[in-house]
Design a protein. Structure first.
Length: 184
């Protein structure tokens, strides 16, 4: 069964990374995958959140920061060393590599974990923009397969982990709300 899943994951990886590769994804996905390129968008989003929600933005921002930190630490420093999966760019022949390939472990994708975790928490906190959060999380996550550094199941595993961490933080916020704290 594990061999079947590994073969399926590799086949899906090759389909997305090689078959679906085109000049548009070759230009867009390396840009999307680099966290540094998101700095201006994050600063702008924080500014809009503070402007529109005033003091209510403080617990939202705190929650997002905690979710991001928990997702990043759990994926990169807890699960990756335990699973110890080699990145596809190190083992799949003819990978369409659009960024540097490192020796870092592959499962789960920290980008997928972080982006989905933050999207879930933000969708609960500020539901008006939920489609934007999830679209961005999907784009960031898929970029990891397109650029050649993660298998699709690395992304799915990251989504599961990020969703669980965000759900945990949402429950903490709900408990705080019921015990006297305010919901975001």
């Amino acid at each position: 069964m594990l061999t079947f899943l590994a073969d399926l994951d590799t086949a899906l990886f090759r389909f997305i990374n090689i078959t679906l590769a085109n000049p548009v994804t070759d230009a867009v996905m390396p840009f999307v995958t680099h966290r540094e390129h998101w700095l201006l968008a994050v600063v702008l989003a924080v500014g809009i959140l503070i402007h529109s929600h005033k003091l209510k933005s403080v617990p939202i921002l705190l929650g997002v920061a905690i979710v991001f930190a928990a997702c990043d630490q759990a994926s990169a420093h807890l699960i990756k060393p335990l699973v110890d999966r080699v990145r596809p760019c190190n083992v799949v022949p003819d990978v369409h590599l659009l960024v540097g390939c490192t020796e870092a472990r592959s499962f789960p994708s920290a980008h997928a974990t972080n982006s989905l975790g933050c999207a879930v928490f933000l969708a609960w906190s500020v539901p008006r923009w939920r489609w934007v959060y999830f679209a961005l999380a999907l784009l960031v996550s898929l970029s990891r397969v397109f650029v050649g550094v993660h298998y699709p199941f690395d992304v799915v595993g990251g989504w599961c982990l990020g969703g669980l961490i965000a759900a945990g933080m949402i429950n903490v916020f709900k408990l705080l709300h019921h015990s006297g704290g305010a919901r975001t």
